[in-house]
Design a protein around this ligand. Sequence first.
Ligand SMILES: [Zn+2]
Length: 169
Amino acid sequence: MAILILPLINDPLSKIEQRYLSKVVKQDNCWSWNGFVDKKGYARLAHVGKRGQSVFAHRISYALHFGIEPGDFMVCHKCDNPICTNPNHLFLGTAQDNSNDMVSKGRSPCRPIFGELNPRSILTKEEARYIKLASMIRMSNKELGKLFNVHHSTVSMIKLGKSWADIEI
Ligand SMILES: [Zn+2]
């Protein structure tokens, strides 16, 4: 399960960003969408995928806002509003139960992998590895700490190799 980290600014991403920004309607709470909406109510942006397929707009919003391509993880809604792409309403998660018919309806309950919604207060190896990788992009210890719900000094210790030193990236 890989998390890919995109550089915060590169040409293709900024083109996607422009297209995303031309469709999104930012509001105080949930954000609305002026573009294509699929049968399940999800906002989508066309011609983004490698084979020209459309991609969920909330995944694009997450990648643009946090500088993280969600890869194999799901981007889930705290607000249960599939059209919404407000990054403050989104979190990375995994499907709680793949056999659950909620999944086939596209309304899968998500298990958060980290952050404030995760009851665990300690980092997993995968999260620590991610922090190491994230040190290559311009994301501050404070921002990373907020994302993983740990103190920025914990992030600093990992980046400096003073904790989780055995992790290879
Ligand atoms: Zn929302």
